[in-house]
Design a protein around this ligand. Structure first.
Ligand SMILES: [Zn+2]
Length: 328
């Protein structure tokens, strides 16, 4: 079977290399992106629109000094990189899928306390699977009728009317997607029809020369998703719907109609990867928690990404580690 994922550019940017989770690798999005806007400027001519920090899979909890880890990370990113905006692509706490109400309350209070004390930068967020209360009914002892059940808890914390939304900043258009779709006693990565329709309408309203960045928890397209599980006995690769969006095809088709969609950020896999496909760069941003605060996840150290967005629709992305080591 032919690979469905294709890396553009040099071997330095090969999909397999990125899938291995290269910490602190420096990546440029210049080559394929500027061309879409007919831009022939060299890198030095570009004007930075804004700098974002992409933090994901924080999984904060009182154990393993994860609270101290998050505070350390927030200090590091603000001191060393001075972002204009932080994007948190979810799994902010660990865990509310299978936890009872009192534990979930403790986790959100802990998380909010740290963010309030340590972060002086605007933050926008997407929902992770671990942020959805009661997906696993047995462990959470939920019935589904609780006022804060499911996504209502995180939505109430942030005053969101919907679990997805869009906004403009620095000449770019940003879309926060809700990629977590509860299913039976678990979830899959899926954008439901109502949200998909909203997304199409939202993108149609954006001026064609305004670059667009989408962010969500579960990757739309990922190379690393292939390495999370051994191939079947049949010899086939299998990527579960909980690893990568099952409706990636129709999103890919939608983005192909809107060529100003340039970047899609995600988390969930706890590794760093990049897939360039049809003019869109899909970037998975490692994990602040690394391997759930127990060290690395595969080859990926705890860290976050710093992404410079330029007015011509190009970007630079680098993964930064902040020196966190597992604590007792
Ligand atoms: Zn996740």
């Amino acid at each position: 079977m032919k690979p469905i994922l294709k890396a553009s550019g040099s071997s330095r940017r090969s999909v397999l290399k990125m899938a291995a989770g290269v910490a602190a690798a420096f990546l440029t999005g210049k080559d394929s992106l500027g061309a879409a806007f007919g831009d022939t400027s060299t890198r030095g001519d570009r004007k930075r629109a804004l700098r974002i920090a992409h933090l994901t899979d924080i999984h904060v909890k009182p154990e393993l000094q994860a609270d101290k880890g998050l505070a350390t990370c927030l200090r590091h990113v603000q001191q060393h990189h001075k972002p204009d905006l932080i994007l948190d692509t979810g799994d902010t706490i660990f865990d509310s899928m299978a936890a009872e109400e009192s534990r979930v309350r403790l986790l959100w209070e802990l998380s909010q306390k740290i963010w309030k004390a340590e972060c002086g930068v605007p933050v926008e967020r997407a929902i992770g699977n671990h942020d959805v209360w009661g997906i696993r009914k047995k462990g959470s002892k939920t019935t589904g009728s609780e006022p804060l059940y499911g996504k209502k808890w995180i939505m109430s914390l942030h005053g969101w009317e919907r679990p997805y939304r869009s906004f403009d900043r620095g000449g770019w258009h940003f879309v926060a997607l809700d990629s977590v779709s509860p299913k039976e006693d678990g979830y899959i990565g899926h954008i439901d029809d109502e949200q998909f329709e909203w997304l199409g309408q939202d993108l149609a309203r954006v001026a064609p020369r305004t670059p667009v960045l989408l962010f969500c928890h579960i990757p739309i397209l990922s190379a690393a998703a292939f390495f999370k599980r051994e191939p079947d006995e049949s010899g086939d690769w299998r990527v579960p719907g909980s690893r990568m969006l099952i409706d990636a095809r129709r999103l890919k088709d939608l983005f192909y109609k809107h060529r100003n969609v340039k970047v899609c950020l995600s988390g969930h896999l706890h590794v760093v990867d990049r897939v360039d496909y049809l003019g869109v760069s899909y970037l998975c941003g490692g994990a602040v928690s690394g391997g759930w605060w127990r060290g690395n996840c595969q080859e990926c150290e705890p860290g976050y990404a710093v992404i410079d967005l330029y007015t011509d629709g190009t970007f630079d992305n680098k993964y930064v580690t902040y020196g966190w080591k597992p604590q007792a």
